[in-house]
Design a protein around this ligand. Structure first.
Ligand SMILES: Cc1ncc(COP(=O)(O)O)c(C=O)c1O
Length: 394
């Protein structure tokens, strides 16, 4: 029997990352392809303790239906932390979501009509691209150059786009490039959004994972009229398996998101929301974040040091100050697909750039490297494979 799937799902491309994961059952493959935080960073003992205490002290609250907007004490704690940590002022509501991914999906759902265009950094996060495509949106990319996008190019892409509606940005430790948008570019993006009557979705799941340099103000902290919808999650600081994220935005947008979330999943897992609340109030979250960023600092330095030592002049790469990713490319290549396949044949998995492109079928402008998951010796061996393979391509 032939099944005709919906038009909305037609443009969805299976994540190459998931496909790559299938090859990773071979233990001899070194993977720089993951997007996962290191399991060394999971506060497992505290999870066990908080779950036990909550189920002992208040089982009814943890096991009963909750409200769609989220567990109120968690929403209050998030509001407070995002005010002090990320300058997000009053006049906004917090909606707890089932991961940041649901925040992106619901934002597109409440704002975009079929045929609207979402302007994105090029390359950008595949999960967001697929969410926009699933709502019938076109995606238009503004190329990442140097530290970030060029505001003039952003404006040019907006002018060319059909029914532009939303600008999707990952300003801090971007996925996949690891780059951080400078403050003046953030301010310029907001001014351009104002000029063209667009909204900005600021996605900040890596913002707490800074291991060097200085914080840059969030775009949301510059937003005076509720033009920015801010999205983040506990995935990268506590655990992605618990699926707790959040959106902070103007009350009217938040109310719409809540109605749509009710249709999706009624509310986010209540026990895990209560656990996140305990992490925010009965635990030194800052000390934990400091500990995990030290792990990532060491891993990133190891990979960058190995790249500097062996790949200089052949491979170029970003130097992230936080997050989980390095973006790399061979200046000699315009399409890196063959290179990525050659790496796979030598049992090194990386994610090809085409995965993150706004344009289906676009060539791979580079590839993404992850340093949080591989063991130290795998980082050294994997970079050796990169170097040896690159020599065959220049
Ligand atoms: C940029 C970005 N946004 C959002 C997400 C979604 O994360 P989660 O749904 O686990 O919060 C990810 C996950 O990797 C990401 O890289």
């Amino acid at each position: 029997m032939d099944i005709r799937f919906s038009e909305n799902t037609e443009p969805l491309v299976p994540s190459a990352i998931r496909e790559i994961f299938k090859s990773l059952t071979d233990p001899s493959v070194i993977s720089f392809a993951a997007g996962n935080p290191s399991p060394l960073c999971f506060p497992s003992e505290q999870f066990r303790r908080f779950c036990g205490e909550i189920l002992e002290d208040d089982p009814a609250a943890a096991l009963q239906y909750g409200i769609t907007e989220g567990y109120t004490p968690l929403r209050q704690a998030l509001q407070k932390r995002c005010r002090t940590r990320f300058g997000i002022g009053d006049g906004n509501s917090v909606i707890v979501t089932t991961g940041g991914q649901q925040g992106i999906d619901l934002t597109a759902k409440v704002l975009c009509n079929r045929g609207d265009t979402v302007i994105c950094e090029e390359p950008t996060f595949i999960g967001a691209l697929n969410a926009f495509r699933a709502h019938g949106c076109n995606t238009a990319g503004v190329p990442m150059r140097g530290a970030s996008i060029d505001p003039d190019e952003l404006e040019a892409v907006i002018k060319r786009a059909e029914r532009p509606k939303l600008i999707y940005l990952i300003p801090t430790f971007q996925n996949p490039t690891g780059r951080t948008m400078p403050e003046d570019v953030r301010a310029a993006c907001l001014r351009i959004a104002e000029k063209y009557g667009l909204l900005i979705l600021e996605d900040n799941p890596y913002g707490e994972l800074r291991f060097s340099g200085e914080d840059v103000p969030t775009i949301k902290s510059m937003d005076k009229e509720g033009r920015v919808i801010y999205c983040s999650s506990f995935s990268k600081i506590l655990s992605p398996g618990i699926r707790v994220g959040y959106v902070i935005c103007r009350d009217d947008v938040a109310s719409k998101i809540a109605v749509c979330k009710q249709v999706n999943d009624v509310h986010t897992n209540q026990l895990m929301q209560m656990v996140c609340h305990r992490f925010m109030t009965d635990f030194d979250l800052d000390a934990h974040i400091k500990r995990i960023t030290q792990i990532y600092r060491k891993k990133a330095a190891l990979m960058i040091g190995a790249l500097d030592e062996t790949c200089g002049g052949v491979i170029e790469y970003t130097r992230p100050e936080g997050g989980l990713f390095i973006w790399a490319w061979l200046p000699a290549l315009t399409d890196h697909d063959g290179f990525v396949k050659a790496l796979a044949a030598k049992k090194l998995a990386v994610v090809p750039g085409s995965t993150f492109s706004c344009t289906a079928g676009a060539p791979s402008a580079g590839f993404r490297l992850n340093y949080s998951m591989p063991a130290d010796e795998q980082i050294i061996k994997g970079v050796e494979i990169l170097k040896d393979t690159a020599k065959e391509f220049i």
